[in-house]
Ligand binder design. Sequence first.
Ligand code: GDG
Length: 483
Amino acid sequence: MNKTIIISNRLPVDLKFDEEKLVVKSSIGGLATGMKSVHSEGNGIWIGWSGLTEEEIEPSRQNEVDKALAKEKCIRVPLTAYDIENYYYGFSNTALWPLFHYFQAYTEFELTHWESYKNVNQKFADIILENVNEGDTVWIHDYQLLLLPELLREKAPNLTIGFFLHIPYPSFELFRTCPWRDELLYGMLGADLIGFHTYDYVRHFISSTSRITGLEIRFNEIFYKDRIVKVDSFPMGIDYDKYHNAALEHEVRPDATKSELMHNIELHNMSFSESKLILSIDRMDYTKGIPNRIKSFEYFLNKYPEYKGKVRLVMLSVPSRENVPQYQRLKRETDELVGRINGQLATVNWTPVWYFYRSMPFDDLIDLYVASDVALVTPTRDGMNLVAKEYVATKTQGKGVLVLSEMAGAAKEMHEALLVNPNNFEQIADTLKYALEMPEAEQKSRLEVLKKRISRYNVEKWADSFLNALEITKNAKPVTITK
Ligand code: GDG
């Protein structure tokens, strides 16, 4: 029986040794939740890194680790601490991540990182080839594995290979600066279908391919060797019911079962009846526009001082890539900005920014979504941004306003949000005022349209439409090109 194999840098489960005990936790995040249904169907498997380096797994415990993963239908690619340092923190996160998010000044092209990236992509290919049969479908995810489609194609020419990029694809002018641009492009062209979140990313990819490779391209089909490679947009959705139902449950919970966080928010709201909450949630990443967001909020409070004491920004920043210097700098800058605004404006009764630098359990996350009046999502670049969609899904009472950066892929589908340029403090300040004062009827009508769209095009639909398009592409007969 043919199977679908999902490939990503990280497995949907995270392994850890707690004292001597092996602990298996499911990982949080869009990709893991999204692919769950595909993964649980039939005899599909997931191949990726377990979260433990080879040095952390004693030889005598390798079997135990493999068995624990097999129970979850997962197979690990053994990566060393050197691989993680150079392939993951190195090439993936100090070259590709900043470059693809238009942070050219942060981009470092190091030969040792590149060598490691090639080597790890080959390690993935070797493990996949041991586990794949002709007729199987392989779905590869994200920027850590751009070379993998072609590495598989060389050894298994008939394999059905799909590739999806979760981050933006940059314009040709940026992509061309990469010393290994040809290798990366030809690496991706090993796939039958290449998917992006938005049509703009598709255009950028096609433009880079056309200028760098000179291959024949017709609309969204690239003629490469004896194959047609199709390129298309598949905007990723969320598990709408999971967020919506969790919010419904939270709203009717008896007091005794409410979280401490929710108790405190409610207590605060009772004491300050006019008080409103603005929410932001993201990984602590320089692409998420965190400093600009705090500065815009400060600008808003100074421009509209009547809101002092009445509105708070609740900012959940989840630690991320903490050993990369740019991330350490961003953390320092954020701490300083929050300190400055709270230091200058806070009163005994009011703290303008509630700042959490940690991750929260799912239930607390839902509490934050439910309790907030406005979500302020202002990345300077973002492939999609699932937080914007999750916020809308939790607004069961028809109240709530989404302020969303036009630089997020999600903005392409969420026209009913209030769209802003994340660098324009004045515009953000005015939009915040508008959001806080928006009549309930308008909030409701905007949310209704957004909810309808997001619930319909949920994550399962996303996965199905990608896999269906992949099958159609694979079955299409190659067209003879007449010149
Ligand atoms: C990449 C692309 C693209 C966050 N904090 C907590 C927590 N989260 C969850 C959110 C959401 C997910 O993490 C974050 O997803 P995003 O899409 O916002 O951002 P990235 O992590 O950068 O994801 C992005 C995505 O891939 C999918 O293609 O949209 O553009 O950069 O689901 O809810 N979850 C819990 N505690 C937290 O503290 N439980």
